[in-house]
Design a protein around this ligand. Structure first.
Ligand code: ADP
Length: 539
């Protein structure tokens, strides 16, 4: 027997419609690419998204067409999210830090018809334009007075593009499984792959993001997503904040510690989200001033592991709560978020720390299990580690144009992460499957060793890779960026680490670099380090 309830499709438009209706005057503040801070609101964003939707249809955009954005976190970018998906087209957010060849590959693979770009991206866009096969028109996300000097021919400015269009739009109602947006994976292994999000997945993910035990978005918060809108939809914040009527502060192109601090301080930001490298820079600035941005209460750290050092600096030095989170482009991205269950509240800080360092706790909507190399499920005992598999309504099933399932025969997605799970649902990533160091018969967690190493006062950043060893096949090489002038030797670092990690993990070699190679999403490029230290042997 079927239930007798309404079958209202879960469409992205409903999110902004809700916010425009009930949180119309709630501010959306943007540090614009042009420079000054610009003030908009949910009401205004919705009105302008209606205008933009009409302009796109007037131009000839049809359902299913792909439209690229090469843009920072701004109010106009939010308008694009809603207008493009709302007419049944696909908002393809392109990572603007990619190399030209990767940009060209992605634009051609997606067959984008239009490209909306921020004006500081004009030179890059002009360089790649001759190599694009499907792009008909480039739109500079500014007004007529702020046009870039170099830009592809026929570039029109955003404000002129929408100026003549009507401010009223009858939003279409269609199947909730329709594609809404697309983001390519970083492509650290092989060509980048397109993840095509549906309306249904995006709305469910947005609702789940608001749970108190996930991001706990509240009407009384002021949220700043440092994580870019071109990187898994800024972890879904432009979709989840409208549900909670949460004010947003969009940082535009200035993501250095001082600029973020000043914006957060001035706009009363209570919560911010980003990757560890961003927070290191903010923390350095906070230390310099001896205070936190006035209203900042919490930060969410994801995309790479949060170390004990970074958690302590936020929590102990500045009274800012840290919530660790984990996800992937293929997961929209939220997988787990770390909040402490009440039974852990009474523990000492030292006892809580191993739990806080875990990537997070299971959230309703993401099924997880760990398996061995033969696919046999492993115990959820917090000790045994295995390949982490996930399943759920906001997880990829197939990559764009791949023509084949991305799943295991029983319908799981293999994350490529090695993790432990415990009975409470806490998940700890011990490594990427491709980064783990196989020493003799034992596995050494590069992430675990890196996290321990950055606790040393002389080490600012650390990366661990496996290098060849005649007896053990592979042993860890620790590559560090110094925090100051001091560069302790291997023996000193080994004795520091000896209290923190198993003896077997202690690095066999140490190298100092001025900086680590970072990829387009701010993560350390281990592949570059492996190339750099190719042929390195120890033992
Ligand atoms: P994102 O960087 O948004 O998480 P990607 O798809 O680029 O998305 O990368 C996903 C991978 O990043 C994960 O599979 C995992 O290896 C790593 N990752 C994400 N969050 C964390 C975290 N909190 N700790 C450790 N690794 C993480």
């Amino acid at each position: 027997m079927q239930g007798l309830m309404m079958n209202t499709p879960l469409l992205i438009t409903s999110l902004i419609q809700f916010a425009a209706q009930y949180h119309s005057d709630t501010p959306i503040v943007t540090r614009s690419t042009e420079g000054p801070v610009r003030r908009s609101s949910y009401g205004e964003i919705f009105a302008r998204a209606q205008r933009l939707a009409n302009a796109l249809i007037d131009y000839g955009i049809k359902p299913g067409d792909r439209i690229a954005t090469v843009a920072w976190n701004t109010d106009r970018h939010i308008e694009l999210y809603y207008a493009i998906s709302g007419i049944g087209a696909i908002c393809h957010t392109v990572n603007l830090r990619l190399a030209d060849e990767e940009l060209i590959y992605i634009l051609n693979h997606a067959e984008d018809r239009l490209v909306f770009f921020d004006t500081d991206m004009a030179e890059i866009v002009a360089r790649v334009q001759p190599h694009t096969k499907s792009v008909e028109r480039f739109i500079a996300m500014s007004d007529a007075a702020h046009q870039p000097e170099v830009a592809p021919a026929d570039t029109v400015d955003y404000e002129s593009f929408i100026a003549a269009a009507s401010e009223h739009h009858d939003w279409a109602v269609f199947d909730e499984n329709t594609a809404a947006s697309m983001c390519y994976t970083s492509g650290t292994t092989g060509d980048p792959k397109g993840v095509l999000y549906s309306h249904r997945a995006t709305v469910l993910h947005a609702m789940a993001s608001c749970y108190a035990s996930t991001l706990n978005l509240r009407t009384e918060d002021v949220v700043l997503p440092v994580v870019p809108m071109f990187h898994v939809n800024a972890w879904g914040i432009p979709y989840s904040a409208p549900i909670a009527g949460t004010p947003l502060v969009m940082p535009g192109p200035k993501l250095d510690g001082q600029s973020l601090f000043e914006l957060m301080d001035a706009e009363g930001v209570t919560m911010a989200l980003g990757v560890p490298t961003v927070w290191m820079n903010l923390l350095d600035h906070m230390d310099k001033l001896g205070r936190k941005p006035a209203a900042l209460e919490s930060v969410v750290i994801g995309g790479a592991a949060a170390s004990e050092a970074i958690i302590d600096r936020f929590e102990l030095d500045h009274g800012v709560t840290v919530n660790h989170a984990w996800g992937m482009t293929e997961m929209s991205p939220l997988g787990v978020v770390n909040t402490l269950k009440p039974k852990f509240h009474g523990l000492s800080r030292d006892q809580q720390m191993p739990i806080k360092l875990k990537q997070g706790r299971a959230i309703y909507g993401v099924d997880m299990c760990i398996v061995d190399d033969d696919g046999q499920e492993l115990p959820r005992d917090g000790m045994t580690s295995g390949r982490l598999l996930v399943k759920g309504p906001w997880i990829v099933s197939e990559y764009f144009k791949a023509g084949e399932s991305a799943l295991t025969p029983d319908g799981w997605f293999d994350t490529g992460d090695i993790a432990t799970l415990d009975a409470d649902g806490y998940m700890l990533i011990t490594d990427r499957a491709k980064d783990i160091i196989k020493s003799g018969g034992e596995w050494i967690s590069s992430v675990g060793l890196e996290n321990a190493a950055v606790g040393h006062p002389a080490i600012k950043q650390a990366a661990v890779i496996g290098v060849a060893h005649p007896k053990w096949l592979e042993r860890p090489l620790l590559v560090c960026v110094p925090a100051g002038d001091e560069r302790p030797d291997l023996d000193e670092i080994r004795s520091y680490l000896a209290e923190k990690v198993p003896k077997l993990w202690l690095p066999d070699a140490l190298e100092w670099l001025d900086s680590l190679p970072l990829g387009a999403t701010g993560k350390v490029l281990k592949a570059d380090l492996r190339d750099r230290f190719a042929g390195y042997t120890v033992g």
